[in-house]
Design a protein around this ligand. Structure first.
Ligand code: NDP
Length: 418
């Protein structure tokens, strides 16, 4: 774009000047950008064409009792009511004994895609015969992982089309998410396969469909704990089960059911410096693994209890990527007092289930809007320019007038300032 040539080579100061010279931002706006910077060297080293830091609010969710341990859970989100709902769901489960979780294994899968072969069965046989040598090549490409107790574990072949196959390599990535480490190992392995087996490699890259890194969280609540107003605990429990069925039957509902779950999951993934795009893509692929997109959690009822279960891939790390670089991530790990990547998976899955419980409980009892109204009005009032000190007054007037839109919020702000 004219005027922005070699933007990536400019210093931060020069980038700001360019934005001003090109008439994109005023001096006042540039000042805002400059003041928002929290660690210029950090940002500049993490991404390209860096100009400022974009901040999101962080809060703590309470009442998490997971596998007998209590946790404070930091959450980063811009959406009102996510943290309140998370704490609400967690408190209901805490009173009933807490979440129980399971992480059977932590393997990441990478793919080496081979094209233009003549005989799939023959190539598969050759690759399987070479398995030990191939795993050795992979391990030598990132040997420090082996010294930590991790490394390549197995491989498998899958035919994708007449001329395409995937060699899947499973790697124990220990405490990291492992994407970069795995990609290094895959490239070395791909070279070996290409040379040794005269195969044509199209590409090699990790898969975010982390089927060998699944986490489950479960909870069981006495029906008596669900009672609300005129509705008995049993009635609410039955409605939650029906809502859960709808998310298994109908992709329109499943998408929203899972969005609610990801409200909590993404917020913890972000707070812990993990790659939320990786978690999102893995979760949604897992949700459609049987050919239809379904809810990631399910609820059932017996005579006395409502039981919930969530299962999803959670390839998160406690080290690596931006985790060791961003100071706030270290602080958040300390707030959580999380000791391993497996433990982090357990917390995140529990947050997803808690968020889902809170959402279904509200949806099937009072409806979502009543509880959200004040929070939404607050967002409208802030968007209308209300100062923190004016918020209560603005909200009270808006509720009284029963007008919930930006124009009304602006009017009320102007009115109370008159
Ligand atoms: P890194 O490249 O940072 O590798 C992990 C680092 O952690 C290594 O340097 C390793 O040290 C170190 N480490 C220290 N202690 C341990 C331990 N106990 N277990 C394991 N490693 C340890 O990050 P990842 O490989 O985890 O990759 C994650 C990053 O990759 C994320 O930023 C993600 O966004 C990005 N990414 C994601 C992709 C995707 O999802 N499709 C694709 C490409 C990148 P040593 O070197 O000594 O082994």
């Amino acid at each position: 774009m004219p005027g922005f040539e070699k933007f990536y080579e400019k210093t931060l100061q020069q980038r700001w000047e360019t934005l001003q010279q090109q008439g994109v931002l005023s001096e006042e706006q540039l000042c805002y950008l400059k003041n928002k910077i929290y660690a210029p060297d950090l940002g500049n080293s993490m991404i390209e064409n860096y100009i400022t830091d974009y901040t999101l609010p962080e809060g703590i969710s309470f009442h998490y009792l997971i596998d007998g341990r209590n946790y404070l859970v930091p959450m980063v989100t811009e959406e009102p009511s996510v943290i309140a709902a998370s704490s609400h769901g967690a408190r209901m489960v805490q009173k009933a004994g807490g979440f129980k979780t399971k992480v059977e294994q932590r393997l990441m899968i990478g793919q080496i895609v081979i094209e233009d072969f003549q005989d799939y069965a023959d190539l598969k046989r050759q690759i399987e015969k070479e398995q030990t040598a191939i795993l050795k090549v992979a391990n030598e490409a990132h040997y420090s992982l082996v010294t930590r107790g991790g490394g390549a574990r197995w491989l498998r072949c899958r035919q994708l089309a007449d001329d395409l196959m995937s060699v899947d390599l499973a790697v124990d990535v220990q405490e990291a998410m492992g994407a970069n480490m795995l990609n290094t190992m895959l490239e070395a392995t791909a070279d070996y396969i290409q040379t040794k087996l005269a195969s044509k490699v199209l590409m090699s890259i990790l898969s975010n469909f982390a089927t060998e890194c699944l986490t489950t969280a479960e909870c069981s609540l006495p029906l008596s704990a669900l009672t609300k107003g005129n509705l008995s605990g049993k009635e609410i429990g039955q409605k939650i089960v029906q809502a859960s069925r709808v998310a298994q039957l109908d992709p329109y509902r499943a998408a929203t059911h899972n969005k609610g779950i990801m409200n909590g999951i993404d917020a913890v993934v972000l707070a812990t410096g993990n790659d939320w795009r990786a978690i999102e893509s893995g979760a949604h692929t897992f949700a459609v693994k049987n050919g239809q997109y379904r809810g990631l959690s399910q609820w059932e009822i017996d005579d006395h209890h409502l039981k919930g279960r969530i299962e999803l891939p959670l390839p998160v790390g406690r080290v690596g990527g931006s985790i060791g670089i961003v100071p706030l991530v270290k602080i958040n790990q300390q707030i959580m007092n999380v000791r391993s990547a497996r433990e982090l998976q357990s917390i995140i899955a529990s947050v997803g289930l808690s968020q889902n419980l809170a959402a279904l409980y509200t949806l099937t009892s009072e409806g979502i809007q009543r509880g959200h109204m004040r929070l939404q009005l607050k967002s409208l009032a802030l968007a209308a320019g209300a100062k923190t000190a004016e918020l209560k007054q603005v909200l009270d007037v808006m509720i009284k007038k029963n007008e919930h839109n930006l124009a009304a919020a602006k009017e009320v702000v102007a009115e109370i300032r008159r």
